[in-house]
Every structure is written in structure tokens, then in C-alpha cells.
Ligand binder design. Sequence first.
Ligand code: GDP
Length: 476
Amino acid sequence: GEVSSQPANMPKNTLLDGLLAPGFDEGSCLSRYQSSSYRKASSRRPSSYLLSRLRSYEDLHKRCGPHTKSYNSTVEQLKSGHGASSTECKYVVWIAFSGLGNRILTLSSAFLYALLTNRVLLVDPGKDMADLFCEPFPEKSWLLPIDFPLKDQLNTFDQETPHSFGNMLKNNLLDTSKESLPSYLYLHLAHDYDDHDKLFFCDQDQTFLSRVPLLIMKTDNYFVPSLFLIPSFEHELSTLFPQKETVFHHLGRYLFHPSNHVWGLITRYYQAYLSKADERIGIQIRVFEEGTPQHVMDQISACTLKEKLLPEVDLERSIVASSGKQNLKAVLMTSLTSGYSENLRNMYWEHPTVTGEVVGVFQPSHEEFQQTEKHLHNRKAWAEMYLLSLTDVLVTSAWSTFGYVAQGLGGLKPWILYKPENQTAPDPACRQVMSMEPCFHAPPFYDCKAKTGVDTGALVPHVRHCEDMSWGLKLV
Ligand code: GDP
């Protein structure tokens, strides 16, 4: 049928300053062509070098993707179980792991790693990657074929896996100086990785890894900041991203296009509750304790009022006349529980605002707990991250990748609510972040040259510790 979800006066920047390649079938992925009519044009332009590298990546993917000659011979080599010889194309396989926000960030990290090392990225679809996202590359799928030889083992890979890079180093099974190569290596980059796994972030180890035909990666961390500390990647990264805080902003908008199912959820909600407002305020609440604690409610009020993101209410008067046109503010609140938004909505219903502005509070879902295995649950989670990214002003919760995805896609610098300690609201309640980049929660603290510990957040001005996690690293 007719596509009715497209607002009038469609802006011209449909392909996001050249970030997106033309020539896709529009009907199969409406969000690819319509997102620019929901989102303000980004003030950050991708570098022309990034655009040319994306186009050459797309060519590589076409030439080496699933079921090409090169893919087939890599698979044969893997099946034969012998050591590897050099192959025309090299691969990195990303394993779906952890919550959806985490997955979006790690997939971006894996893609950047593929760009830097001229590898082809293939995605283990897990339960529902294909249901949530469109294909990002023309012609050839990014999904790992179901007949991939190690397919059944991918789920079982963990810190103990003998074939991991870290464990093979630890057990002296890799002679990095010799010609002989394993046909694949597993890179364990999840939060529980050890000192050997972390050697991934050292130049000499990257030199070795660059020869291995197939790398399989599992991570729940946005490890991009530490790639900027690897000397051999430094020059390429600063040419790709002259504005360092835009890495996820550009890569995220390049890679992640909501499937038509999810796009329906996004556009219907936007039109029903958000499009008519003069200003949209997103508040993302992620609480790592039970229920709807009062101290979190206090913290939300303290932050939004002190930073003047929302107007105060007048407890004395029953009606406040606004001067001139009455401003309508729409608050989009996301949370697993409904208590916070009910509270806020009641406050703005029961009392007028001191400014005479009108405030509507909307929450799309309250799923109560994380249910990563369910289709509709994940569709809603993705739709909500995306809706938050369409707001003008954003408030997020500490430690949450769900919030990082929203801020990065939206190109927003949110006010981040500090993590409460001992069930009390922190003071100050929040602060505005330094950059729109996500935080790397479990970075290495190792100086590869000196072979000692080092504060990796103090080496260069553009890699700093995060606002919400003192040991984390982020690009600024
Ligand atoms: P993080 O744990 O906050 O870093 O974010 P993740 O997205 O990786 O994992 C949290 C998961 O919990 C999400 O993917 C959702 O499945 C669910 N979840 C958490 N907060 C919300 C929310 O506000 N709305 C919805 N729909 N789901 C949420």
C-alpha cells in the first residue's frame, strides 16, 4: 500500500551528506530514505576520506561477502583444519552478545576494526538481528551464512575457549614470529577478558593478527577509544575522523537502519505524541535496582529543574497565563517501569508551570525486565532508542549503552544522571557530557612498549575518562 508515514516537505539530504550509498530498494528499508525527515540535519559532516573508505568497503564486501569465491575458499580452509595460507580476503565475524544497546555499540566497533584492517565484517545474526535492522551494504548480505562451519560453536565461545588469541598466547601455542598461521582465532573482548586477551590492543599483536584469515570477535564493549591509542591506526583514524567525537555518530547512522517493522513503531509513535510539540525532551531512565525508588525520582527532578530542561510547577496558583503563544513541551520517557513517567505526568497535570508552558509526558512501553530473547521486546527497545535520538534535549542514565546509542545517533550531548550510591540521589544530580561518544567500560591499562601499567585516560587529549564511570574511556 501507500507509504503514509512520510511528512510533507521532505528535506533534500536523504543520503545524510553522502554517508549512505544510493541504489538500494527503497521499499525494503523505508527508514534508510525517511530518517532525514524526522531528524534534524547533523551539524557534523563526515570527512570525504570516510566517505571514500565506506565506498571502497562496500566494493570489498561485494567481492568477498557470503558465497563469493573468496568466502568459499576461506570456509574450505577452515573445514580442512590445517594451518592457513594467505587468502585474498580476510574476515572478522561478530558474535551477537548482551543487550541491544551493547550490540549496536560493539558492532560499530567491529566495523571500524574491519575498516582499519581491510577485513570483511560478517554478523552472527543471533536470534533477531535480521528482524531489527536492514542490510547496510549493497548487494551482499552482512549476515553470516547458516552453513558457516563454526556456526554451532559461536555461542559457546568465552574466556576459557582454548582457541582464543589470549589463551593461545598464554599457553605458548602461537609463534608470532613464524610463518605458520591458525586458520582462525577467537578474540575474547568481553568485560571479563584477561591480560593476554588485552594484548589485542598492542601494535605488535595487531601485526600478527593482520595475517590471520578469519577473526571471530565477542565483546560487550565499545572498544573504539583504545583503537585510537594503537600507533599504527592513529594516522588513519585521524584522517577518517578529524572530529574525533563523531565516530559512533557517523558509523551508527551508516550501519543501523530500523527494519520496516521497527520503523512502523517509530513513526507511528512520533506522529501521535511528539511531532506537534515545540520542543522534545528525552529522558532515559535505566535503574540497576528493584522497583521505582524515590531517590531516582528526586534525582530526575533535581536535574531537569536545575538545568532548566523542564519548567517548575506553581504550587500556589491554579492557573498561570502564558504570555504569547503557549509552548508545548513533549517529554519522551523510557524505562522498564512506569512509575517515573506517571509521577512526572501527574505533576504537570495537577499544577500549572510557572512559565505557562504545557508539558506532556509519554512513555512508549514498560517491559518490567530485560527479555533479550523476545522479538517484540527487542523491536520496542530499538524503537525507543531511536525515538530518544529524535529529541532536542536528552537526559540519560549513567552506565547505560541504551542511552549512549540514542545520544550518538542523535548527535546529542545529554545531561547524564550520575549513578546513585547507597540509595541516595547524588549531588549534583547530573552533568552535561563532554562529547556525544559512548564510554568504553572495560578498557586496558597497559603500556605495550614499556610493558607496564599506565593510565590510558591520560595519554592523549582526545581519549579521556568518562563522566559516568571514572575508569572508562571515551573520545572527546
Ligand atoms: P544497558 O544494559 O542499559 O547498557 O543497555 P542494553 O540495551 O545493552 O541492555 C538493556 C536491555 O534491557 C535493552 O536492550 C532492553 O531489552 C531492555 N531495556 C532497558 N531499558 C529499556 C527501556 O527503557 N525500554 C525498553 N523497551 N527496553 C529496555
